[in-house]
Design a protein around this ligand. Structure first.
Ligand SMILES: [Zn+2]
Ligand SMILES: [Zn+2]
Length: 494
């Protein structure tokens, strides 16, 4: 370990890793470059965005049987969000990275430069490459800005440092090709993991997290919308993108600044079954609704509309509850990639079959989110049905995400969020089946009536009326039995 006094404030600065080339003074945030046996102050590092992360410098854990401690971090921001990369040092002096974005953790070790790798510009989400005898799928391809650093780091970062990274997954395995320094990438290989699996200690507790996260200087309870001035509930998450519930302005929080990104004055307020701020306990965990958005299907004749609620808990992170005309589901973003093979995918030994593919578009949003939600955001969605819910693949130009949805009963939702019984009632699942039955019944009814029009209206043939009536009844019975298209309580359109 190398210790020195900060040239700016005199505080002790440590370089625990021999591989560290810079350190940020914890007291005055001077950025210190290590040069031989001295340090050079190259100016102040920006403040990190205080978020809901549980990790801090000094957090320790175990990876592949080796003890590690967190010694530094960089914070990376892209157009729609940000994440932390924690620099960790093992007891044997080697180093690794613990990446932490939206409550998902990935641990990787540097593996040097590969023999061959695709050009960064050629990598698209969903594309596959062979690696280590396995097929890896590109799940995240983006250019991000390093906005701040903390502690000690193995390379020089500062504002203006651009990270060009492509992430790939294969089951729980994780591969990063980092093109930040040159066109030949640096390889990082590891796994998607959890803080429990890493046996992490010295994590920040809930109080420490609450104290720092989502708080603008001097304002602890509510934030004034920088567009319309109305109060926005204090944001209890690492969610630093807000859509004002009153004026629909898109607001970004960064450090102590709240900035209006876009205004949507024309949006009508949407009434939803559950509201921002509603709280409920699910599986022993207290969740609060911090954001909600309404989406519609595009690119097909169907015009399904559904509502997605973003729930937050300081220890557990994020969870979604989705409300359609016909059912409620709880939806978790997966931190491992299902194995895809044609029309089937498998996860945890269970097989799921492709059922629907459609486009999704955001038509309304309000509250706080862990990324920048924009009205008009589009993605391609594919649903796979299986024995343990529905696996859903969602693809945009930058990323592929997988989630799993399981049905929740209307009664459960009502009791969870203390809503009047019946206010959460649904028509029942399989709406699309009913819809197609209904389409068939409609078409067949017309054919039946047209074919039978001459005997019905021109012949004196009483039997034709009875026959046609019976045939119509047979056609529509399955539709009525299936629940029909009873409108749910979210019938209003944005
Ligand atoms: Zn200092
Ligand atoms: Zn506003």
């Amino acid at each position: 370990m190398y210790k020195t006094a900060c040239p700016a404030c005199g505080a002790e600065v440590q370089f625990r890793s021999a591989g560290s080339v810079m350190a940020v003074c914890a007291y005055c945030r001077s950025t210190l470059l290590r040069e031989a046996e001295a340090v050079r102050n190259i100016g102040r590092m920006s403040e990190v965005i205080e978020d809901h992360t549980r990790i801090q410098i000094t957090t320790s854990g175990v990876y592949e049987g080796k003890n590690f401690a967190v010694v530094g971090r960089i914070q990376l921001r892209y157009d729609d969000g940000f994440w932390n990369e924690w620099y960790v040092l093992f007891d044997d002096g080697t180093a690794g990275w613990l990446s932490d974005g939206s409550g998902q953790y990935v641990f990787t070790l540097p593996k040097g430069a590969p023999n061959k790798a695709p050009a960064f510009e050629q990598i698209r989400p969903g594309a596959t490459i062979p690696w280590d005898g396995q097929r890896f799928v590109a799940t995240d391809v983006r250019t991000a800005q390093c906005v701040a650093g903390d502690g000690e780091l193995p390379f020089q970062v500062g504002s203006g440092y651009q990270a060009r990274v492509a992430d790939f997954r294969s089951g729980e395995r994780f591969l990063t090709l980092d093109y930040s320094e040159s066109d030949t990438p640096q390889v990082y290989l590891g796994v998607a993991t959890t803080l429990e699996a890493l046996k992490c200690q010295l994590l920040r507790n809930d109080d420490q997290v609450e104290e720092t996260a989502g708080k603008l200087k001097g304002k602890t309870k509510a934030l004034e919308c920088p567009n319309c001035g109305s109060g926005i509930e204090r944001i209890p998450g690492r969610a630093e993108h807000l859509v004002c519930p009153s004026c629909h302005a898109e607001v970004a929080l960064s450090g102590d600044k709240a900035e209006v990104l876009a205004r949507h004055a024309e949006l009508a307020r949407v009434n939803t079954t559950l509201q921002l701020g509603d709280a409920g306990t699910l599986d022993g965990v207290k969740w609060q609704i911090i954001g909600l958005m309404r989406c519609r299907e595009f690119g097909s004749d169907e015009s399904e509309v559904w509502t997605e609620y973003l729930l937050f808990n300081a220890a557990k992170g994020f969870l979604w509850i989705v409300e359609t005309d016909t059912e409620w589901t709880r939806t978790e973003v997966l931190n491992s990639l299902p194995d895809i093979s044609g029309n089937r995918v498998s996860l945890g030994g269970k097989t799921y079959t492709r059922k629907w593919a459609y486009g999704s578009e955001v038509i309304y949003a309000a509250g706080a989110f862990n990324w920048r939600v924009k009205i008009g955001d589009k993605s391609r969605v594919t649903d796979y049905y299986g024995p343990d819910g529905v696996l859903c693949e969602e693809m945009t130009a930058e990323e592929v995400t997988w989630s799993r949805s399981r049905t929740l009963s209307a009664e459960r939702i009502a009791s969870l969020f203390a809503k009047p019984a019946g206010s959460t009632a649904k028509a029942g699942p399989a709406s699309r089946v009913t819809d197609s039955l209904q389409g068939f019944a409609k078409a067949a009814s017309w054919i039946l009536v047209i074919l039978n029009a001459p005997p019905l209206f021109f012949d004196e043939h009483p039997g034709a009326w009875i026959f046609t009536g019976l045939a119509l009844l047979l056609l529509w019975l399955p539709v009525w039995m299936g629940g029909g298209d009873t409108p749910g309580p979210i019938g209003d359109d944005a």
